[in-house]
Ligand binder design. Structure first.
Ligand SMILES: [Zn+2]
Length: 318
């Protein structure tokens, strides 16, 4: 019987809400998604999530009694003890009682967490970090997300906002960041920061054959790969700031492994991954510099969804 070995994962993003029915080994058995419609606020969104789960179960030939739990990942800060999404600016949520409302409908355990933490949790349990006890999963996308697994526990921190890797300061009085502060890593190495810098490359519209504001991160890496010196300068700067961020994280936590995922991590190895590894080897605390493993995610874009479905295994964390 497969009963109860299945859990539902929900990955709530700014563009899509993804749903998966996933077994305990992290294998996605069924998946679906809907567009994220934030106009009416959190209530209509929650109702459409609940309705989609009902339909999804039916389409998959299952009922709620086949499901052990529902786990939901959100792009923001979550209070996992009280089941509340405290602040998720991308979807305009503040203090939303998610767990209570979803549990009222389905009458099975419901868990929530930050999406990047769920992704790291998935890498730890069934992905690139399997077999290690202290790892981090870092998502290099439009912004920079991070989850920390310390001694086998998903770490939230006493004030619930642990792992804000993208908001460590890399320049005093530096560029403004989306968080409202200045000089954060994300403002130098996040996808938006890369695009902002790339729009200033001389003759950019001619080089990419489209309007400058339609440039993508992969366009920037292609230009750098073709030897464009300004694009290479942008990538060098990204490697430097990400490298500083990684070294700070490694020196502070003595992690065994860091798994990278997200659009930027798909850049050609010779432009990003290899120089980043070299930076860490040359600059991290000598005792750990050559021992910490920096790898690419195995689960990729599915990590937050799979991790959300496995959040029931993260309870009792410190
Ligand atoms: Zn910031």
């Amino acid at each position: 019987m497969i009963k109860k070995e299945l859990n539902i994962g929900v990955d709530v993003g700014g563009t899509f809400i993804k749903f998966g029915i996933i077994n305990e080994n992290g294998k996605l058995m069924f998946r679906t998604k809907i567009k994220t419609l934030t106009e009416g606020g959190s209530d209509p969104m929650l109702i459409s999530i609940i309705e989609t789960i009902d339909l999804f179960l039916m389409d998959s030939g299952l009922t709620i009694s086949d499901i052990g739990s529902i786990g939901m990942g959100f792009p923001g800060t979550t209070d996992i003890k009280n089941g509340i999404v405290l602040y998720a600016p991308n979807i305009f949520w503040k203090d939303v009682e998610v767990v209570k409302k979803v549990r009222e409908h389905f009458s099975i355990p419901v868990y929530i967490g930050q999406d990047s933490r769920a992704a790291a949790w998935a890498e730890y349990l069934v992905g690139a970090g399997k077999g290690y006890s202290c790892i981090s999963g870092i998502t290099l996308g439009t912004g920079i997300g991070c989850g920390l697994i310390l001694n086998g526990s998903l770490y939230h921190g006493g004030l619930l906002a642990a792992g804000e890797f993208g908001h460590q300061i890399v320049e005093v009085n530096g560029f403004p960041c989306n968080c409202g502060r200045n000089g954060c890593l994300e403002a130098y190495a996040g996808g938006l920061a890369i695009l902002k810098a790339a729009m200033k490359i001389s003759g950019i519209e001619r080089l990419i054959n489209k309007p400058a504001n339609e440039i993508s991160v992969s366009d920037v890496f292609s230009l750098a790969g073709n030897g464009n010196t300004e694009a290479l300068g942008i990538i060098d700067s990204v490697v430097k700031y990400l490298g500083i961020g990684l070294v700070n994280l490694i020196n502070l936590t003595s992690l065994e492994l860091i798994s990278l995922t997200g659009g930027i991590s798909n850049a050609p190895d010779e432009l990003l991954f290899n120089p980043l590894k070299r930076f860490v080897q040359e600059r991290a605390y000598p005792v750990v510099a050559n021992r910490v493993k920096i790898v690419k995610s195995i689960l990729g874009d599915d990590a937050p969804l799979i991790g959300a479905s496995l959040l029931h295994l993260s309870q009792n964390e410190k």
